[in-house]
Design a protein around this ligand. Structure first.
Ligand SMILES: [Zn+2]
Length: 108
C-alpha cells in the first residue's frame, strides 16, 4: 500500500505504476508485474471525495467558527485548497487501491 501511495510498483518499488497522471501501466516495465486487473474504476475518486469531505469541511468550519473570519471570504481559498488537494490525492489513492488489487490477485 505504501508503495502504491508513492506511485511506485507494489512489486519492485520502482516508479513504474503509472504511465500518465491516472493511467496505470498494464505491466511494470521493470519487473513485469501485471497491473491489467488492477483498474480501480470509480472507487479512487469516491474515496478521494470522501477523504476531502472529512478534511476540508471540518477544517473550514473550525477556522470560520474559531477565528471569526467571514465564511464567504473562506469560500475561494477552501475551494482552491480542495481542488489542489484532490488533484494531489487522487493518483495516490488510486495507487493504494491498485496495489491492493494487485496483491489480492497475486495471492489467488
Ligand atoms: Zn515493478
Amino acid at each position: 500500500m505504501w508503495r502504491g501511495a508513492r506511485l511506485r510498483c507494489p512489486s519492485c518499488g520502482r516508479r513504474t505504476l503509472f504511465r500518465a497522471y491516472l493511467k496505470l501501466n498494464p505491466r511494470c516495465p521493470s519487473c513485469g508485474a501485471d497491473f491489467s486487473h488492477s483498474e480501480t474504476a470509480d472507487v479512487a475518486p469516491y474515496v478521494t471525495v470522501m477523504l476531502m469531505g472529512l478534511v476540508v469541511m471540518p477544517s473550514t468550519l473550525v477556522l470560520v467558527l474559531n477565528t471569526g473570519v467571514d465564511a464567504e471570504l473562506m469560500l475561494v481559498p477552501s475551494l482552491l485548497f480542495a481542488v489542489l488537494a484532490a488533484l494531489f490525492l487522487l493518483p495516490r489513492v488510486k495507487g493504494v487501491l491498485a496495489a491492493l488489487l494487485w496483491r489480492a490477485r497475486r495471492e489467488m
